[in-house]
Structures are given as structure tokens and as C-alpha cells.
Write a protein that binds this ligand. Structure first.
Ligand code: ADP
Ligand code: MG
Ligand code: ZN
Length: 633
């Protein structure tokens, strides 16, 4: 980053200095202040002949006392306000009678005093906005609105990222190789007459390494890298963003071959449809987008400038951006698979001291669904944990604990729970685990715990898939929901129908899933193979209360509710039946859990009367729509 860090104390210091300056101006001008007296007192001083001299200006009468009076300890000078609109000829008469010298003069305020009321607020505004800009990480001050804030990274100093720092996204890397090759030798491509993509759009969930990949391309090709983030364009003044786009392209053309990288493209590139003219319109964004489109059109790839952009919400982008000649090549940067996660971990543990006992394969297996940023975070957490226990290497247990922290939050070991609460949580969690061990398609149970974690759950049942899955069948979904019902079902059967609030989270997730089965996946006989409810135009997504359009009748709406209810009742009953039939197992595991607080899979298996290994033999993962790994609480 080329951002120069300014010391934090600079602004307070500047404010303090200007305040001091202001006060010194106020009080320094006329050092011995005349003593303020009332008009009548002033008159009597004049009439008793104590006054030697009087100065009259527009507002004040200032008398200098005779020296023999003054030395008696009285003030040297006295002053009083002139009476507004009064005739002062009688005062003049008195002055003459007492032989006082008097003269009038206009007080002339110093030239800068007229400016002060203007200058102070403006200076204040400049200071504040400059400060705010700096806080936002943007170097230039407030007077450079139109200037692009693109950060220019020179290869030699800034970018030392290359493809070997990115893992788990082999397809994306392969596609980007071509871009690198083009940037290295544009001439080769020109001779053959091939058309190089003008814009490359990296699409993928947050943290999968899009920004990293763009930097790696520039690092590999050894060309300058202009990066700017879409959200930086959005300013309060209309037209600023557009000017900035123009400036960015101007700069880039001079440095060709190079890469222009627009991060978070969705912030400017949101679809213009739907919002025009209404209260939702955003002129600034629209102008910026138009300028971007215009620049991309009037741009010749043969100069060797490639525009890259990244987004995690391609569906909200304006269609015009995706047209041929603009971002015509899209590269998917997907979540890494098992091997990918291991490779990413491999990269990040390069920076720490890892003990030889650590098995990254197991860590990779324990982190399905996690992206590169999460994995980097886990390695970092593990290193911190190792430091905290004064170890000289990062061990396997540090990594395991780091996963739990990232996934479930901190352990709250010293939270005091009453004995009866603890018992209830133990039965609840055992309920989940036992159902998961009993149904055919559940994700294998890895661990049960009644140690509260900061995420809010009082305990958790951790299930870990053993392979990557992208689809879920109906039986798998039903099994998963039955497991979610297991906690409440266990409480109900153990406590003779006295249930608690502990199942709230489970029930919410179950209801959501069942509703999706009915409305999205066409999994209800009664409602057929249809979807209900159309997601609104993404433009409106920032108004959550209108996020779905109802395209079905009142009667269908009732039918949906009935179906959701019916499915949930059926699966709840199923969970309860399973637990009743295995009541001895339920009791035994729960008791052990109260004693030990955490039970691994192997410990659970030892406690079972009828060892059920069904679920271990048919491991199930989760699809892209479902959080994985599964934890129930
Ligand atoms: P995105 O831009 O897709 O949101 P970033 O590129 O900002 O994600 O990734 C954040 C950090 O996570 C990177 O700096 C890197 O440390 C780590 N990371 C993410 N993806 C990967 C990956 N595929 N390989 C190695 N590290 C990664
Ligand atoms: Mg990014
Ligand atoms: Zn639960």
C-alpha cells in the first residue's frame, strides 16, 4: 500500500493550535483593559474633574484619569458604552467646562477580523473532511475530488504476489495464464490477430481470493497494477465518480501494459433498471457506471491494458457491463474443495512454525465450505493460541481449537450454569447426536459438547461431512431436519413434556429449510413441482421487507403454511420415536456428557448399547445452499 500513515495525534494538535491562535488574537490586541463603568459613574468622574482626556469612538467613551487620581490605586482608564441615539451635547459641555481634552476616532478592526467568520468554518470543514478521508484510507486531501485514488503498485516494490501464493482455484489460474501471457508479450497476439478479452470479471464468494488473484496476475506478468474499489467511487457529490474513472483510465494508458483492477464492481455496476427516477435512483452511481462503460468502449486492448474486476454478486450487475467488448470473460473463483483447502493451508503455514505432528489433511477435512480467507484466519488464530500457551511450535491442537473458534466462537468455560440447565443442555445435545447416529443420511457426528461458546449456543453437536456434496436428495434433507428436531424431542421426552427456549435456533433453521422444500424445491406432493414467490429485482434487495414478490393466491398461501406444518410435525414425531426407542443410550450419553462436558465420536460409540455405524458408512455432505459443516445447538 502506498498510503502514508499520518500520526494519529496530528489532527487534535492542529485543532488545539488554531484554538490557541484564535484566543490570543482575541485578547492580545489592547492589553491594559479600561475599567468598565456605568454611564452615570462616568459622568460624575468627568464632573468631579478626575478626567484628563476622553476618547470617543462609535461605541465607547474611554476616559484617561488624571495621574494623581490614578496613582491612588484606581484604574488608569475607565470606559462606558455610549447611550444609543442620545444627544451628547450636554456631555460635551461638561467636558469643556472641566477642560478635558477630547477627541473622536473610528475604531478600525484589523483586516483579518472581517474574514474570520468565513475562514474558521471553512478551515474546520477542510480539517474534518481531510481527516475523514485519511481515516478511510484515501491519501489525497479534500481538494482533489476529481483525482483518481487508484493505488498504483509498481511491480518492483509493491506486488510480490504470484500464482504460487494462490491455491485451490486451478481453473481460474489456468484461464488467467492467458492474460498473463498477453501482458508479457502483447505483440505476439497482435500479429496473429486474435482478440484479447478487454475485461475479465472474477466472480465468487467473498474471501475466495479474487483480489489476491488479480494481484498475482500483475505480479506474474510484471506490469503495474492500478487498483480501486467500487465503493470508493460512491461519493456525495454527483460527477466525482465519473471524473475519477476518466482519470484512472488516463493514468493507466500512460503506463501500458498494465492492469486496471476494479474491486467490488457491484458497488458501481448495479443494474440501472428498476430504480430510474424514483426514490431509489442514484445519479452518482449511474454517471460513474456510464463513464466506465464509455471508457471501456473507447479503449484499445492492443495497447496492453487489461481491465479486471471482482464481484461476489454478479446477478446484480448491469447487463451493459457484461456485453461483448466489456467484461466479456467471466472467471469463476469458487470455494476450494478438500485438496484445494489443503493446498491453501500449505501456503499459509509457510509463514508460521508448524510442529511436525500437524496433519493439514485432517484440518482441510474439518473445514468444508470454508474459503481461503477463513483458512488464513485459522492458521493465524492457531499461531496466536500457540503463543498464548508459550509453545514454540504451532501444534495440531492449536489448529483444532482455532477451527472451533472461527466456526463456533470462543469457549466460555467460566460461565456458571445451574445444574438443572446443564442437565437439560446435555439431554438436548445428546438428542441431536443420537438422532444423527440413528438416521441413514445424517452428516457423521464428530463431537458433542455442553461448553457454551460465544455465538450464543449453550452447547453444540458438531457434524462433519467427509466429502464435498453439491446436491441434497429429499431423504437427506428429511434426515437433516430430523436431527435438528432431536434436541427439542429429547427435552420433551425426558422432562415429561416440559420444553424450553433452548430449541429456538434449531426450530428456526428447520422451519426455513422446510419452507424452502415446499416453496423452492417442489418437494411437497400437495403443492407440486412448482416454485412459489419470485425474488424481487436485486435492485430492491436493500429493502428487506419487500424482498419477495408474492405470486400466488391467498389459498395457496394457506396451503403452503399447512404443508410446512405437516412436514415439521411428521419429522418431529420421527425424531421423538427414534429417541424413545433408544432411551437407555440417551440417558447414558447425557450422563457422561454432564461429567466430561465434551465427548468425541469415539467416546460416544463406546457408550452405545447398539452401536449404530450406519451413518458412518454413508457419510453425507451438504449442498451449496446449506451451511456446512453442520452444527446443532
Ligand atoms: P476476495 O477478494 O475474494 O474477497 P481476498 O483475495 O481478499 O478475497 O482474500 C483474502 C485473503 O485470504 C488473502 O489475502 C489470502 O491471504 C487469503 N486467501 C483467499 N483465497 C486464497 C487462496 N485461494 N489461496 C491462498 N490464500 C487465499
Ligand atoms: Mg476482495
Ligand atoms: Zn439444539
Amino acid at each position: 500500500m502506498s498510503k502514508r500513515k499520518r500520526p494519529q495525534w496530528l489532527l487534535p494538535l492542529a485543532l488545539l493550535l488554531s484554538a490557541l491562535f484564535w484566543f490570543s488574537l482575541q485578547f492580545s490586541s489592547s492589553s491594559p483593559q479600561p475599567k468598565q463603568v456605568s454611564y452615570s459613574e462616568f459622568l460624575s468622574e468627568v464632573r468631579t474633574g478626575h478626567v484628563a482626556e476622553v476618547g470617543i469612538d462609535e461605541q465607547l467613551l474611554i476616559a484617561t484619569l488624571r495621574t494623581e487620581i490614578a496613582t491612588k490605586g484606581a484604574a488608569q482608564q475607565i470606559s462606558t458604552q455610549r447611550l444609543p441615539g442620545m444627544d451628547e451635547t450636554s456631555l460635551l459641555g461638561d467636558l469643556e467646562a472641566q477642560h478635558v481634552t477630547f477627541s473622536g476616532h473610528l475604531t478600525k478592526a484589523p483586516w483579518w477580523s472581517a474574514l474570520l467568520p468565513w475562514v474558521i468554518p471553512i478551515a474546520f470543514f477542510l480539517l474534518i473532511s481531510g481527516y475523514a478521508n485519511r481515516r478511510l484510507g484515501q491519501t489525497p486531501g479534500p481538494l482533489t475530488f476529481g483525482k483518481s485514488r487508484a493505488k498504483i503498485h509498481d511491480r518492483s516494490t509493491e506486488i510480490n504476489v504470484s500464482f504460487k501464493d494462490v491455491a485451490g482455484v486451478d481453473e481460474a489460474k489456468a484461464e488467467l495464464m492467458e492474460v498473463v501471457d498477453f501482458l508479457k508479450q502483447p505483440r505476439k497476439y497482435q500479429q496473429l490477430g486474435g482478440r484479447i478479452p478487454k475485461g475479465v470479471l472474477l466472480v465468487g464468494p467473498p474471501g475466495t481470493g479474487k483480489t489476491l488473484l488479480a494481484k498475482a496476475v500483475s505480479g506474474e506478468a510484471g506490469v503495474p497494477f492500478f487498483s480501486i474499489s467500487g465503493s470508493e467511487f460512491i461519493e456525495m457529490f454527483v460527477g466525482v465518480g465519473a471524473a475519477r474513472v476518466r482519470d484512472l483510465f488516463e493514468q493507466a494508458k500512460q503506463k501500458a501494459p498494465c492492469i486496471i483492477f476494479i474491486d467490488e464492481l457491484d458497488a458501481i455496476g448495479k443494474s440501472r433498471a428498476g430504480g430510474r427516477g424514483g426514490i431509489f435512483s442514484n445519479d452518482e452511481r449511474e454517471q460513474t457506471l456510464n463513464q466506465l462503460l464509455a471508457e471501456m468502449d473507447g479503449f484499445d486492448t492492443s495497447k496492453g491494458v487489461i481491465i479486471m474486476a471482482a464481484t461476489n454478486t454478479p446477478e446484480v450487475l448491469d447487463a451493459a457491463l457484461m456485453r461483448a467488448g466489456r467484461f466479456d470473460r467471466q472467471i469463476i473463483v469458487d470455494r476450494p474443495d478438500l485438496a484445494g483447502r489443503e493446498a491453501i493451508l500449505e501456503i499459509h503455514v509457510g509463514k508460521i512454525k508448524l510442529s511436525p505432528d500437524a496433519d493439514l489433511k485432517i484440518i482441510a477435512a474439518r473445514t468444508p465450505g470454508m474459503v481461503g480467507a477463513d483458512l488464513a484466519n485459522i492458521v493465524n488464530e492457531a499461531a496466536l493460541l500457540a503463543v498464548r500457551r508459550n509453545g514454540d511450535h504451532v501444534q495440531m491442537r492449536d489448529l483444532e481449537e482455532a477451527i472451533d473458534r472461527v466456526m463456533l466462537g470462543l469457549e466460555k468455560k467460566n460461565r456458571v450454569m445451574t445444574v438443572s440447565d446443564k442437565e437439560r443442555v446435555a439431554y438436548h445435545e445428546t438428542g441431536h447426536a443420537l438422532v444423527a447416529l440413528s438416521v441413514e443420511h445424517a452428516v457423521p457426528v464428530y463431537r458433542v459438547s455442553i461448553i457454551p461458546r460465544s455465538v450464543g449456543a449453550l452447547g453444540h453437536t458438531l457434524q462433519l461431512p467427509t466429502e464435498e456434496r453439491y446436491l441434497m436428495t429429499l431423504p437427506e434433507l428429511e434426515d437433516q431436519i430430523t436431527v435438528m428436531m432431536g434436541g427439542r424431542a429429547a427435552e420433551e421426552s425426558i422432562y415429561n413434556g416440559v420444553i424450553s427456549t433452548g430449541a429456538g435456533d434449531d426450530l428456526q433453521r428447520a422451519s426455513e429449510l422446510i419452507r424452502q422444500m415446499v416453496m423452492r424445491f417442489g418437494m411437497s406432493d400437495r403443492l407440486g413441482h412448482l416454485t412459489y414467490g419470485a425474488p424481487h429485482n436485486a435492485q430492491f434487495l436493500r429493502f428487506p421487507f419487500m424482498s419477495e414478490e408474492r405470486n400466488y393466491s391467498e389459498r395457496t398461501s394457506e396451503a403452503i403454511d399447512d404443508e410446512v406444518r405437516r412436514i415439521s410435525d411428521r419429522l418431529y414425531l420421527r425424531a421423538k420415536t427414534i429417541l424413545m426407542s433408544r432411551r437407555p443410550d440417551l440417558e447414558r450419553i447425557a450422563h457422561e456428557l454432564i461429567l466430561k462436558e465434551t465427548l468425541d465420536r469415539s467416546q460416544i460409540d463406546l457408550l452405545l448399547v447398539l452401536p449404530t455405524r450406519l451413518s458412518a458408512m454413508t457419510p453425507k455432505g451438504t449442498g451449496p445452499n446449506f451451511p456446512s459443516p453442520t452444527t446443532a445447538s
